[in-house]
Ligand binder design. Structure first.
Ligand code: ATP
Length: 254
């Protein structure tokens, strides 16, 4: 290999991928109470980024603000460099941002199939290949397509919430605590599927309290504490960090 080619290769491997999502000094308040107090974050094309933090740190607020469900009091949300704070939630979906919300929020009285149809509402009609993709990722949903969503197990409801978000064919998928309340085996399954979704080309921003699982599949991670980012680093560094281990991996600090 020539020197020039090697240099070009080096540049290609060290240039970061384009930013898909940028949060710039984001402030969000509920009445007089500030929930986000100047959050800066970037998610690059093809990444899985984990957003970690304790209860009430502001993780859900961050995702809901990206999705257009909350308006920031100041700061910016950019998608491919364009401001999207102020864009209504349904239009944010149309831009290519899918959101699997905290607590899953499936439509309990609708069937699995009807829930998936709801996820495709931005298209005139449902594309069979999108349904095929979801059913290939989650064969359990295919088996239960006519079952009422309210009667699914917690893990199946989580699969449905992710599947429903995928039906909008998102470029960026926001996942709010997919592991919540699920048995370890099911959690591992869900995280494997998130990895697979990412490998198929979807960028992922993953909110989690289960730091060990999240960092296992993430490229980078941010730690949010009472509305402020206190750490950001490659996921492997965060896994090794004594403060992260003590606060989020349940280890006692030495
Ligand atoms: P958890 O892991 O418990 O879901 P979180 O990190 O997702 O927590 P948020 O739900 O974003 O945290 O909440 C951040 C802060 O904002 C908390 O102090 C919470 O009480 C407050 N908050 C969230 N939603 C509202 C609301 N609708 N009205 C008033 N305060 C709110």
């Amino acid at each position: 290999m020539s020197v020039a080619t090697e240099a070009q290769r080096q540049t290609a491997t060290t240039t970061p991928a384009a930013a898909v999502l940028e949060l710039d000094d984001l402030h969000v308040a509920y009445g007089a109470i500030g929930a986000l107090k100047g959050v800066d974050m970037v998610v690059r094309e093809g990444e899985v980024v984990a957003l970690l933090g304790a209860n009430g740190a502001g993780k859900t607020t961050t995702l809901r603000t990206i999705s257009g469900l909350h308006r920031p009091t100041s700061g910016a949300v950019r998608f491919h460099g364009e401001r999207i704070d102020g864009v209504p939630a349904h239009a944010v979906v149309g831009l290519g941002i899918g959101h699997s919300p905290e607590g899953r929020r499936v439509f309990a009285d609708m069937t699995v199939l009807e829930n998936l149809h709801m996820g495709a509402y931005r298209f005139k009609r449902l594309r069979p290949e999108d349904l095929d993709r979801v059913f290939t990722l989650f064969p359990r949903l295919a088996e239960r397509r006519t079952q009422r969503a309210g009667t699914l197990s917690g893990g199946e409801q989580q699969m449905l919430a992710i599947g429903r978000a995928l039906m909008g064919r998102p470029e960026l998928l926001l996942l709010d605590e997919p592991s919540m309340g699920l048995a370890p085996l099911v959690v591992a399954q869900i995280f494997d599927i998130v990895e697979e979704i990412n490998a198929q080309g979807t960028t992922v921003l993953l909110v989690e309290q289960n730091a060990a699982q999240a960092l296992r599949i993430a490229d980078r991670g941010y730690v949010l504490e009472t509305g402020r980012i206190t750490m950001h680093a490659p996921a492997s560094d965060l896994l090794d960090d004594p403060r992260v281990r003590a606060a989020y991996l349940g280890e006692t600090a030495h």
